[in-house]
Ligand binder design. Structure first.
Ligand code: CMP
Ligand code: MG
Length: 411
């Protein structure tokens, strides 16, 4: 189809006074006015009411497509008018793929609009009838639709997270998982992992709220909250235990890799808790690094300039080329748990781990194996030359007090 034919098929002309569609009909398309003027009117028992005169560039006939209800009004050309016809399916695809909260709000607006129109149309009813009408809940089925209920629950949840973060973050805390030297079993450092102690839902692990935090733009606040708490805790370990040189790893979400406010936040945390910068390790994932690689590289270099160390988390699960990865200033690779899980049973996992270890050694990077749950995995990793491990075999992530006891037991 040539562009011209395409254009002709999509456009229609209406003469003055010609009806485009009538109130009560079902809707098959929406329209955008290209030239002319369209009169929207509403029929009541006592005659027609003019609702609006729409002009060039305006859309009409969209409501029936959004909620599959009848046309709410009649549309007529007020002068010779040319419209662009918007296909039902194309239009509905936009509505169906809209962000859930947005679609929920649109639906609510539409319902209220229809309720209002119904009241206006019943102007000749008595007061009692009107009161009954307005107390009726319109389209109950839609309010109870799981999608909309889910959207509203999420909206509340986001709100609670924001509140939890702003009220000094007592509900949002870190637990800490040790990283241990595989050879001697000595603790080398800790990874701070966020938990939300929700007043009603109990302890929530990141999986259950990070996606929401990401969607509602709360990741930065959440990470900085963890950064501060983790640095404060490391300072406490320094002053209250005999473990003086542990490192602290903090996860940074991709949002920080396009926004250098993280640099100031890191600098402030180091100063506040008087930490030697190299003891703070920032973990970023491979996939987030390559989203905006140039910007990410700049920010990582700024962080490096503060003296902190950088680790690449979940290594091996991304798809970036290795030589490319080497252009980022990374000190450590964290071998993803999926390879460790199958390390003693899968040749392929062993090959991958061996390849990662030799890559790290070629680039002068250290390695940490994640997700160790069994002594056989420790033995195999030691044979292969991996330095440090993390996983349930050594310790689950522990709240601060329990972690302090764990450390004291190993003095
Ligand atoms: P729909 O219900 O599909 O068909 C009638 C259209 O008229 C409706 O979509 C809107 O595009 C438009 N419409 C309805 N009420 C008004 C109003 N009060 N002001 C402007 N446009 C309206
Ligand atoms: Mg991590």
């Amino acid at each position: 189809m040539t562009e011209r034919q395409f254009g002709q098929q999509q456009r229609r002309r209406f003469e003055t006074g010609e009806t485009i569609f009538r109130q009560g009909e079902s809707g098959e398309r929406a329209y955008i006015i290209e030239r002319g003027e369209v009169e929207i009117s509403y029929s009541r028992s006592d005659g027609d009411v003019l609702l609006a005169n729409l002009g060039e560039g305006e859309i009409f006939g969209e409501m029936a497509l959004i909620d599959n209800e009848a046309r709410s009004a009649t549309a007529k050309a007020a002068v010779p008018t040319e419209v662009f016809e918007v296909d039902l399916e194309l239009f509905q695809r936009h509505v169906q793929t809209a962000e859930p909260i947005l679609s929920c709000v649109i639906q609510a607006l539409l319902d209220r609009f229809r309720a209002f129109q119904q009241r206006v149309s019943s102007a000749d009813l008595d007061a009692d009838a009107l009161a009954r009408l307005s107390s009726e809940r319109l389209s109950d089925a839609r309010h109870q639709s799981p999608v909309h209920q889910q959207a509203l629950t999420e909206l509340k949840f986001e709100h609670e997270l924001k509140r939890a973060l702003s009220t000094d973050g007592r509900e949002v805390q870190c637990v800490y998982q040790p990283m241990v030297s595989l050879k001697e079993g000595r603790p080398m450092g800790l990874e701070a992992l966020v938990r939300w102690y929700h007043p009603e839902l109990g302890t929530l692990a990141p999986d259950s709220f990070l996606p929401l935090a990401a969607r509602s733009g709360l990741m930065r606040e959440l990470d900085i909250n963890s950064l501060q708490k983790a640095c404060e805790f490391l300072h406490k370990i320094d002053t209250e235990t005999s473990w003086k040189s542990l490192f602290m790893a903090v996860n940074l979400s991709g949002d920080h890799l396009s926004d250098d406010r993280i640099v100031t936040a890191v600098q402030q945390a180091l100063e506040t808790y008087q930490l030697e910068p190299h003891r703070l390790k920032l973990e970023v994932t491979e996939s987030e690094l390559v989203r905006e690689p140039e910007r990410a590289r700049e920010i990582l270099l700024e962080l490096k300039a503060l003296g902190v160390s950088l680790a690449l988390d979940d290594f091996g699960t991304g798809y970036s080329s290795l030589s490319y990865l080497n252009s980022f200033p990374i000190d450590q690779l964290k071998i993803d748990r999926t390879f460790i899980k199958t390390l003693t049973t899968s040749e392929q996992s062993q090959d991958i781990v061996r390849a990662i270890l030799s890559l790290a050694s070629a680039f002068g990077q250290s390695t940490v194996a994640e997700g160790i749950e069994h002594p056989d995995q420790v033995a195999r990793l030691l044979e292969m030359g991996c330095d440090v491990g993390q996983g349930y075999w050594f310790s689950r992530p522990l709240p601060p007090a329990a972690l302090m006891r764990w450390l004291e037991d190993r003095t």
